[in-house]
Design a protein around this ligand. Structure first.
Ligand SMILES: [Cu+2]
Length: 129
């Protein structure tokens, strides 16, 4: 019985690890529910793939938006402010792009969703390692 409990815990840990792999942020932006996933958790110095899913008020996936990702680090001693942006490409229901984070530390990320002449923005912070 005890052995079974231990085995169950190990299996749960493995399953949990597999599902909690991506770095994930869920936020509202205007009328949209936005889920942002980064394939490195924590995000790393170097290339990180970012995926964005957007649902509208009727809980349908939005596939006709233009989605841009801006990522920046404010100036710090010995380093000027760094600002980058990248386009995304729609694959299925997910807008995909690549962020190249050039140094470790805190990055500001802004996902800009433009549709019908309006732009909604999701902002969050990641700590790159
Ligand atoms: Cu820096």
């Amino acid at each position: 019985m005890k052995r079974l409990a231990v085995l169950t815990i190990i299996l749960l840990l493995i399953a949990g690890g597999a599902y909690a792999k991506d770095y994930e942020v869920k936020k509202k932006a205007g009328d949209y529910d936005v889920t942002v996933k980064i394939d490195k958790n924590p995000p790393v110095v170097g290339n990180n793939n970012i995926g964005i899913e957007i649902k509208d008020v009727s809980v349908k996936y939005v596939t006709d938006a233009k989605v841009m990702v801006e990522y920046s680090m404010p100036a710090m001693p010995g380093m000027p402010a760094m600002n980058y942006k990248t386009d995304t490409e729609l694959k299925g229901y997910e807008y995909r792009g690549k962020m190249s984070l050039s140094m470790s530390g805190s990055w500001n990320i802004a996902v800009k969703i433009t549709r019908g002449g309006k732009t909604a923005t999701v902002k969050f912070n990641v700590d790159a390692h």
